[in-house]
Design a protein around this ligand. Structure first.
Ligand code: AMP
Ligand code: MG
Length: 414
């Protein structure tokens, strides 16, 4: 049986980046850049004032202080967006507002709080200034020619502002991955429906759809397919127009596990079936043309763990992201656990920071049918093959499932 690392290599080796598209800037947050963004001009394009005050020549106010103020002649008032074509000469100043262009001749700004004026054409400066004080130089934020955002970056809100300050109305992005999701199993009932004897709700489709959406993909829930080869053949064939297909169930060795056979029949080229891992061992992966097919196990935890291990990196890579893997961290076991000796086991655990180390505790039963164990988990602790037991205090690695520590309920300035 292949290892997780081998399986992941095969998955990533099969991924092709999705096509590019031009998207309006305001629709771009959370999407992935398909271009390097280079500043076409300095931002800001002109030196401007950081304060409401007086634009002066630093050398004129060099000796100024409260006991010995410097008198300057005021040439006019420069508002933001309304430059005046004036030049500040020796002994002169201009009243200036925040964001207004620094006039020729001036090289510093005295804040209004350090000046007093008893007539519009005069000001008395009670402080000195080095050249450049309270002046925001042209290109302070970005210089023409700077590469300010790189292809493969997921755009955040500040990036959108940065693109807007460059005047960009649209950007080149990778298309979002379109992902078909279908559940297989005669026992499955759609949510909202009543359960008969032996039936369960299809939870996988919804968990996976949400996971695809969280990743920035577009999920399409194609519904439930009976454990019947003809029905499966029709459903899988219809799903082949998507960038990726996620089915759940029917990939084990049970009498009604038809997914693998049907896959082979419809030309899905099988790359692997079964990985030395727990949970999620029976996963099957296949490719046809541009479509990636993941036959995920039916057990809800197995399906989600396989999603994190294989589907998510594949979708991130297809979407053009540079960083495709879940973050990982060193942790310390907070309790002893027994793990599968022959497989890589992924143990659902909480992670709490104690004296600077992340302490891992299991979330209880590790049954692959118990979704709560995953809902409670902050991470997946990795127990490598050859390990049958981890003791309290042992070091380990864990994949982090949450972006960061939980949000605080009390505000951080309390
Ligand atoms: P299978 O891989 O088809 O043998 O299914 C393994 C286990 O997962 C069985 O207990 C199924 O009832 C359960 N299961 C399969 N599909 C789903 C689903 N869509 N939602 C919740 N549980 C499922
Ligand atoms: Mg089944």
């Amino acid at each position: 049986m292949i290892s997780i690392a081998q399986a992941l290599d095969m998955v990533l080796g099969a991924v092709r980046p999705l096509p590019e598209e031009e998207v309006a800037l305001d629709e771009s947050v959370g999407r992935v850049l398909a271009e390097d963004v280079v500043a076409g001009a300095d931002v800001p394009a002109f030196a401007n004032s950081q304060m409401d005050g007086y634009a002066v020549r630093a050398e004129d106010v060099a000796g100024g202080s409260e006991s010995c103020p410097v008198e300057l002649r005021v040439l006019g008032t420069i508002a933001a967006g309304r430059p005046l074509g004036l030049t500040v000469g020796r002994g002169e100043a201009a009243r200036i507002m925040t964001g207004a262009p620094i006039p020729a001749g001036a090289d510093a700004v005295i804040p209004v709080e350090e000046a007093s004026s008893d007539a519009p054409e005069r000001v008395s400066i009670a402080s000195s200034a080095m050249a450049g004080r309270f002046v925001r130089p042209a290109g302070e934020d970005m210089r023409a020619g700077d590469r300010v955002l790189e292809e493969g970056r997921r755009l955040g809100a500040p990036d959108i502002g940065l693109l807007a300050s460059l005047g960009r109305a649209s950007v080149r992005l990778r298309r979002r991955p379109r992902v078909a999701i279908l559940g297989t199993g005669d026992e499955l009932v759609p949510i909202g429906g009543a359960l008969g004897p032996g039936q369960i709700h299809d939870s996988n489709a919804h968990a996976l759809g949400a996971a695809v959406r969280e990743l920035g993909g577009e999920p399409s829930l194609l519904g439930i397919v009976r454990d019947d080869p003809a029905a499966l053949r029709a459903a899988l064939t219809a799903a082949l127009r998507f960038d990726a297909v996620l089915s759940t169930g029917g990939v084990s060795v049970g009498d009604f596990d038809h997914v693998k056979d049907v896959m082979d029949e419809i030309g899905l080229e099988r790359r692997f079936w079964r990985v030395a891992q727990k949970p999620g061992k029976p996963i099957v992966f296949a490719v046809r043309d541009q479509t990636l097919f993941f036959g995920l196990p039916g057990n809800p935890v197995s399906a989600m763990v396989c999603f994190h291990l294989y589907v998510a990196p594949a979708l991130r890579a297809a979407a053009g992201l540079r960083e495709v893997f879940l973050p990982a961290s060193d942790v310390v076991l907070g309790e002893a656990i027994r793990t599968a000796k022959d497989l890589t086991e992924l143990v659902r655990c909480t992670l709490r920071s104690e004296a600077g180390v992340l302490v891992a505790l299991t979330t209880g039963t590790q049954s692959s049918g118990a979704l709560r164990s995953l809902s409670l988990a902050d991470g997946l602790l990795i127990s490598p093959p050859g390990t049958a037991e981890l003791r309290a205090g042992d070091p380990a690695r864990a994949l982090l499932l949450r972006a960061g520590p939980a949000l605080a309920s009390t505000h951080p300035f309390a």
